[in-house]
Design a protein around this ligand. Structure first.
Ligand SMILES: NC(=O)c1ccc[n+]([C@@H]2O[C@H](COP(=O)([O-])OP(=O)(O)OC[C@H]3O[C@@H](n4cnc5c(N)ncnc54)[C@H](OP(=O)(O)O)[C@@H]3O)[C@@H](O)[C@H]2O)c1
Length: 242
């Protein structure tokens, strides 16, 4: 059976991705701090991904479990992410900076490294899709940690693409921009103060004007991108192009 691991599937986009891949016949494994009631068919693992030691232990064990099931293909979607505190950098608590960098950037680096190494001799198609953001290429006040971690994961993807290119069974890797999606993260953005984030009215207007994409529609586009065999290894792509 095709298998997929999705981080941050308890809510938001990750939850819709889990349901969509279940629908496509995948065996789905999810990692979040909390479990979702609507994912009874998913193997849900509780883990705080900003706790890097816990992440290593949980992921090592998950890959061992998966190996015993002899999957026909394996995909990892790095979806879990957080804005962290929205404010100018000097006003953000150091612990919050560390936690957000761990979750948005160090966790995908470690997961990808362990994934590539531990599945090296599995004779199946392996892919990694990392949910990034248009914020990777925009300078948005109040979002220094978010923008910079998303830019970093795009570079992670590009470099992995170069590294994997000449391997005998390369891991195919993509970074995907999901657009503006109607999730709890958007609710958090709208709760910001204008002195911390000057663009707040634009985001409030988008919600009022019904301009946010649904998680279900974006999950389908992410699947379409995942299936697009024309994409070079290491590409950074947006759902807006599909
Ligand atoms: N929404 C947008 O408009 C938008 C735009 C561009 C990019 N994105 C990206 O899309 C991805 C999903 O965002 P979303 O909007 O769906 O966010 P969301 O609704 O806030 O959901 C975030 C998910 O990540 C998990 N998560 C958060 N902190 C975690 C931690 N420390 N350890 C493990 N899991 C953790 C949450 O689960 P638990 O709370 O159960 O741990 C939840 O399942 C993120 O990478 C985000 O940056 C979103």
């Amino acid at each position: 059976m095709k298998s997929i691991i999705i981080t941050g599937a308890s809510k938001g986009l990750g939850n819709a991705l889990a349901l969509n891949y279940l629908d496509k016949g995948y065996s789905v494994y999810a990692i979040s701090r909390t479990k979702a009631e609507n994912l009874s068919e998913v193997t849900q693992i509780k883990c705080d991904l900003s706790d890097l030691e816990a992440l290593k232990t949980a992921f090592f064990s998950l890959l061992n479990t998966l190996k015993a099931t002899s999957p026909t293909s394996l995909t990892l979607i790095n979806n879990a992410g957080s804005l962290g505190t929205v404010s100018h950098l000097e006003n953000i608590d150091s612990d919050n900076i560390i936690q957000t960098v761990n979750l948005n950037y160090t966790a995908p680096l470690l997961l990808n490294s362990l994934f590539i190494k531990q599945t090296e001799d599995w004779k199946i198609n392996r892919s990694i899709r990392t949910i990034s953001s248009g914020a990777a290429t925009s300078s948005i006040d109040g979002w220094s940690v978010y923008c910079s971690t998303k830019a970093a994961i795009d570079q992670m993807t590009r470099v992995m693409g170069v590294e994997q290119a000449n391997k005998s069974n390369p891991v195919h890797t993509l970074s995907i921009y999901p657009g503006v999606v109607d999730t709890q993260m958007q609710g958090e953005i709208r709760k910001s103060k204008s002195e911390d984030f000057s663009n707040i009215e634009k985001f409030k207007d988008m919600k009022v004007n019904n301009e946010l994409a649904s998680t279900e529609s974006v999950a389908q586009l992410v699947y379409k991108i995942d299936m697009d065999s024309s994409l070079d290894n290491g590409s950074v792509v947006s759902v807006r192009d599909y």
